[in-house]
Ligand binder design. Sequence first.
Ligand SMILES: Nc1nc2c(ncn2[C@@H]2O[C@H](COP(=O)(O)OP(=O)(O)O)[C@@H](O)[C@H]2O)c(=O)[nH]1
Ligand SMILES: [Mg+2]
Length: 425
Amino acid sequence: MSYPSNTVHYLLMVAIATIVLCTITAFHWNVTGSTYVYNYAPAKKIDHQGEKFLAYLPHSGLSNQRNELENALLLASYLNRTLIVPPAFLGHIGGWQSNDHLFEYMDIMTRPRPWWNRCKDKLALADGPCHSKSRYATVPWEYLHSSIGELGIPMRSIRHVSLDKLKAMLTLSDDEIHIQHDTSLYTWFLCDIPHEECPTLDPTVFETGRRRTYDEQWNIEDLRAIEKPLIHLQGVFGTDRVGVHQKQHLELRNKIREALAYRNPTLEEVTDKIIEQLGGKHQFLSIHVRMGNRQFLKPLHKHIEEQIEFLEKAQRGPGNSTSCGDFQIYVATDAHDPRKSPELAPVFERFPCAKVLGDYKDLLPSLESDTGVTLFQPPQQSIVDFLIPVIDAMVAGHAKDFMGNPSSTYSTYIEQLQSVYKLSS
Ligand SMILES: Nc1nc2c(ncn2[C@@H]2O[C@H](COP(=O)(O)OP(=O)(O)O)[C@@H](O)[C@H]2O)c(=O)[nH]1
Ligand SMILES: [Mg+2]
């Protein structure tokens, strides 16, 4: 069988064109990485005019994250660097992770998805991922603490916690970044006084006492000697992790703690209504019972006994006439169903009038009316569940007397709220 010569010619041309096309395409592939290389014009390098940056990675519950933010703000101020502030995570978020995995985890948790924009259109909410119930939501810290910007510490808030994104945002190359690779949750602590005056690291003392074991001691001077434009830390959690031995450092920490009290008009409106029903600001008693994690369950029985004793003492005094006591009692708790919790039963048996947030649930839907709802990422059908722990702490923070759980940072934060709210009223 023979083909006409113009058909053969045509097929030959097609074959040559295919070979040429394949060759051109091959030049556009990065053979080592097997990924397509886009021919973007590189972003113009930003002249930061001497401004340097400090970043860190958040992890664990909200109060742990706030402790991390406090440490990071102190460090940024000591080093005169602009703090790159990640969002606050409400709901469930993982703990510290080894081997740099926290970078990847944070990137995945905060990477914007194409469908997020669609969810802003309420009419488009009928189907799809906008409806799915998320276990976590992020909001800018300013949403919870509106006066954070008044601290005078330069900050840049980011929504997507990604090293690549940060590099692109600041137009930095790899060799302009100092990355701290953590080997444990408590890899380092920072001593803020001259080297020779810093406490010696004695692991035996640290392990037997209540103090944390840190692997290394850093000094401010060590960190100031790092000239790279960006220092990227990983975990910064720990109550005594960033030293405040110097007077001005302690004052700064007090200022930071003051700024990190909950301040948001919508949240305050709901809290005020609940407080009114409890007798008014600083007119009721409160306890915090943490039982959501296994570590809190073992000593729970003893804690509750101590808290009942504390409430009995605080109730005693002139004019103790009503069966429920002079002061109303508010129980902040992460118990799934506090009224049915066997652990909490002794509290309600002794103080049948004690209240929990669930008793005021009709006040909570107004939290949805806030324009701040649109700040939640991923977009949420309802933000109430995410804000319940915030309201619980705000109410307890307005108590006259409060007793929490010694190992919970949530309890510690309520104590801080109490002193800030008392000062401001
Ligand atoms: N609603 C509510 N949630 C709580 C309470 N205590 C703890 N939680 C939740 O459990 C999380 C505990 O994590 P975190 O804030 O880091 O505190 P910690 O683990 O107790 O040190 C909080 O962020 C809340 O989501 C409480 O009294 N009420
Ligand atoms: Mg925690």
